[in-house]
Ligand binder design. Structure first.
Ligand code: GDP
Ligand code: GDP
Length: 437
């Protein structure tokens, strides 16, 4: 599974700034959508697309402790102790402090590999800033200015050579015709009930996928003649999850599952609306560009009036992913599951559909004819042609000029136009705009 890198340091040294720089989404539009929540503690760094890793901002450590006191500190410690690599962040302007030294001592005791990041070297001499920390004796030490994105490439390189290779991705994808599905959602929405029901019904043909490392678990399943692989299924590790220490890493596990799947099924609890945690889970799915099916669980025992109320509320709150199909189910009674799997199939088919250059350029022409991009200071952006740029999610590369002035509303228009024309459901759609040619 994906390696875990933890940011550790005292407050105000720039950890969250660095977290944002490293986890910045490819799809900036995602975060402007009302209703999506960005996780401030866990994110995936994809600056090197071929080697993503999970980044955890552990929050500030006060350093007062022999034992790091307080809930935040305990979490920070737990995250750091699970991490494949710790980035110990310090402030290059202020130089080393007693708190830094306490954290250093603790890191040494923890035995985790770590490197030193000396931040805020903008406007000061990086070499001199590093020299101040020479007494720490940490190799390597890297100067950065997170707020100005300086030193980030060097930092990334230093991180990547210290991370284990993620061999599981290939293992999990070894059967291309199996649709990889992850059932995710906040605690108590009904994930394990659902998975146990699925496996109970299909016990004869469900089997664990051998060869995966750590605690990644996958199970193969056949339904209605189609093959699925359930990824990192929460229900399968129910017993281990009782412990609180494990529970707080559910964000990490959710990220892993999203990364490994093709279709994310996000479970929602019909009786609880969309909570902050739901919005965060959805944010992760959108950021990863995964196909998405919304499963509204606990649909049993509700009057038709209540059901209508819930549907209206969901419609309003889920506008940012209105392209996703919404299926109402009862994991407990096993209703709605056939429809759920049909939606999974449709989302997967849309997400992995192959396109030809001629059909997408034609679509672009028709879209532009129907509604040309607006003039900006007397000049209109020109959209010349389009070619496919990959699948899962479907990506379209548009070439033209003055593309920077293309308003977001126009980007959304194109997205909706392509969705309709190619009947894409249940998958995000990406556009990449290339200036020139
Ligand atoms: P955290 O508490 O460690 O997460 O620190 P923050 O990321 O919230 O940053 C604390 C302060 O340092 C903020 O005012 C940032 O704008 C500032 N800061 C972060 N990175 C840099 C940097 O590279 N250079 C400078 N000059 N300031 C920075
Ligand atoms: P998880 O934490 O997401 O794995 O959630 P669980 O599967 O443990 O379910 C949490 C609680 O919700 C349990 O008490 C389940 O019995 C209950 N539950 C799950 N699915 C349903 C459902 O479809 N209807 C009703 N009424 N309760 C459900």
């Amino acid at each position: 599974m994906l390696p875990l890198v933890a940011l550790v340091g005292r407050p105000n040294v720039g950890k969250s700034t660095l977290f944002n720089v490293l986890t910045r989404s490819r799809d900036a539009l995602v975060h402007d959508e009302p209703g999506v929540t960005r996780d401030r503690h866990y994110g995936i760094c994809r600056l090197d697309e071929s080697r993503p890793f999970v980044l955890c901002d552990t929050g500030g450590l006060s350093g007062e402790e022999e034992g790091l006191a307080g809930a935040t500190a305990r979490q920070a410690r737990a995250a750091a102790e699970e991490a494949d690599l710790v980035l110990f962040v310090t402030d290059g302007r202020e130089g080393p402090s007693a708190v830094d030294e306490a954290i250093l001592a603790w890191l040494r005791r923890s035995g985790r590999p770590f490197l030193l990041v000396v931040n805020k070297v903008d406007g000061i001499e990086p070499g001199a800033a590093l020299a101040e920390f020479a007494g720490f004796g940490v190799e390597p030490s890297l100067p950065v200015a997170a707020a100005h994105r300086r030193g980030i490439d060097e930092l990334l390189a230093a991180v990547l050579i210290r991370l284990p290779e993620d061999g599981d991705a290939e293992v999990l994808a070894d059967e291309p015709d199996r649709v990889r599905v992850a059932f995710i959602g906040r605690p108590n929405v009904g994930k394990s009930t659902l998975v146990n029901r699925l496996l109970g019904e299909e016990r004869m043909i469900a089997s664990e996928v051998p060869g995966t490392t750590r605690d990644s678990i996958a199970v193969d399943l056949e339904r209605d003649g189609r093959k699925y692989r359930l990824i990192d299924t929460a229900g399968l590790r129910r017993r281990a999850r009782v412990e609180e220490a494990v529970e707080k890493f559910s964000a990490f596990k959710t990220l892993q599952a999203i990364e490994s799947c093709q279709v994310a099924v996000v479970l929602l609890d019909a009786s609880e609306g969309i909570t902050e945690q739901d919005a965060t889970v959805l944010g992760h799915v959108l950021e990863a560009g995964r196909a998405l099916v919304l499963a509204v669980n606990k649909w049993d025992g509700r009057t038709s009036y209540e059901r209508e109320q819930v549907q209206t509320m969901l419609e309003r709150k889920l506008q940012f992913c209105e392209w996703a199909e919404r299926v109402t189910i009862s994991a407990k009674h096993g209703t709605g599951l056939r429809e759920l799997f049909r939606a999974i199939h449709r989302a997967h088919a849309s997400a992995t559909r192959e396109f030809g250059t001629a059909e997408v350029t034609r679509a672009l022409e028709i879209a532009v004819q129907a509604f040309p991009p607006p003039n900006v200071r007397g000049h209109a952006p020109k959209l010349r042609f389009c070619h496919p740029g990959g699948s899962n999610p479907p990506t379209f590369v548009v070439h033209g000029s003055r593309l920077r002035t293309l308003p977001d509303s126009y980007r959304r228009y194109l997205e909706n136009f392509f969705r309709k024309r190619f009947k894409l459901v249940g998958t995000p759609v990406r556009f990449v705009f290339k200036e020139g040619e």
